[in-house]
Design a protein around this ligand. Structure first.
Ligand code: UD1
Length: 370
């Protein structure tokens, strides 16, 4: 392992939604280094996601440098993955400790590395801190709460997230409302978005197809639930093509289904530039993701979320998202409204302006390399 010059921070990434969140922070750090900034970083990939489609493609497209360390933990149960990441990251810190461990989002890697860092006396910064769904049935909610309980510096996407953290007794000086790094990546890459190869073979036209993503265990881990979801969506989509990039978790279950709606097009998980091209030109997006609801809000695309709760309420109160619940029967009135051309117009939340990475790095420099 290369030795990193001090002062330096560890930047942790493990799973697909982490990569678009770290890219602008790394770019802002590189820019500051070119201007004489002293703060360095060590990029640690836990290997939670490892397929090119789930990881490598994002590094290439978003120009994220090759990680200094890859823990290569791979798949496993929640406990297996958490334990493997903790063992691996502890070894990294024992080999060379750092001034700060920066984690992003709410995946298993986020929580596991935060715990290890604190126990090795390394302070923790959490990007996207303070958001709460209240749904303990999702591992991400547990990851968020555990991480925030042991975080020193909180970087938030909304003032509501600040309030959640303040309500746990944290001093305001440690909470920074900086905006949304995922949106930095989206805005920076808008001119580079490009159609996937099947755009032409499926004869896709702007606003004449739907995008579907499903990967939450509650939606995809039972074949009966998944089948009902897909058939109901298929029956209510007015014959429009439904483009369905299939997450590996969902792919396993799809193999056991007898039939699929005719105009449902299963495609591989898409790289960043192709996926967001699809979203930007879609009639609407139907999803159980959290991050995608932020992207559709900024792009002004109608979004129907197949979950019972959201940790991102601003995508509903300000943005173009609606919470449908997990019963696909609930879709009908929303799709009626969509096809009647009566979907709400959204607005963009405060500080989702493409400059969040720079704000975070300015604060980190003030703290660790003044
Ligand atoms: C994880 C995150 C979730 C995030 C999602 C995005 C947690 C708890 N969940 O869920 O918040 O929205 O990533 O994708 O961290 N697999 C592959 N190749 C890969 C990665 C995974 O085939 O590169 C398969 C494995 O069979 C694995 C399954 O997908 O068992 C699920 O992967 P895992 O990382 O456990 O959780 P996700 O469902 O991807």
């Amino acid at each position: 392992m290369d030795t990193i010059a001090s002062p330096f921070i560890d930047i942790i990434a493990g799973a697909r939604p982490n990569f678009m969140k770290i890219a602008p922070i790394i770019q802002a750090m590189e820019a500051r280094k070119r201007q004489g900034g002293r703060l360095n970083y060590r990029l640690v990939h836990t290997g939670q996601h490892y397929d090119a489609r789930m990881s490598g493609d994002f590094f290439t497209q978003l120009s994220i440098p090759h990680p200094h360390v890859n823990l290569e933990v791979g798949s496993g149960s929640q406990a297996e993955q958490t334990a493997a990441i903790m063992l691996g990251y502890e070894r990294v810190l024992h080999a060379q400790s750092c001034q700060l461990c920066l984690v992003v989002g709410d995946v298993t890697s986020t929580m596991a590395c935060a715990i290890v860092a604190q126990k090795c006396l390394v302070p923790v910064a959490h990007v996207e801190a303070g958001i709460r769904s209240g749904d303990w049935g999702m591992p991400e909610e547990i990851n968020r709460r555990v991480t925030d309980a042991i975080t020193n510096f909180f970087f938030t996407t909304s003032t509501m997230a600040n309030d959640h953290i303040r309500n746990t007794g944290v001093d305001a000086e440690r909470i920074f409302f900086v905006g949304n790094t995922m949106i930095d990546t989206l805005l920076a890459n808008l001119p580079r978005l490009r159609p996937p190869p099947f755009w032409e073979s499926l004869a896709l036209q702007p606003r004449s197809y739907l995008v579907l993503t499903l990967h939450r265990p509650s939606n995809v881990d039972s074949s009966a639930t998944l089948s009902r979801l897909l058939h109901t969506i298929g029956a209510q989509s007015r014959g429009l093509p439904i483009i369905f990039p299939v997450h590996p978790r969902t792919a396993k279950m799809l193999r056991s289904l007898d039939s699929l709606p005719e105009h449902l097009h299963l495609v591989e998980p898409q790289p960043y530039l192709e996926f967001n091209h699809l979203v930007r030109h879609a009639k609407a997006v139907i999803t159980d993701s959290g991050g995608i609801t932020e992207e559709t809000t900024v792009l002004g695309i109608p979004c129907l979320t197949l979950r019972n709760s959201t940790e991102r309420p601003e995508t509903i109160t300000l943005g173009t998202n609606e919470l449908i619940g997990t019963d696909p029967a609930n879709l009908k009135p929303y799709l009626d409204r969509l096809f009647a051309g009566q979907w709400k117009q959204g607005e963009i939340p405060e500080k989702w302006d493409g400059k969040t990475g720079e704000r975070i790095v300015a604060i980190l420099e003030r703290l660790y390399a003044p």
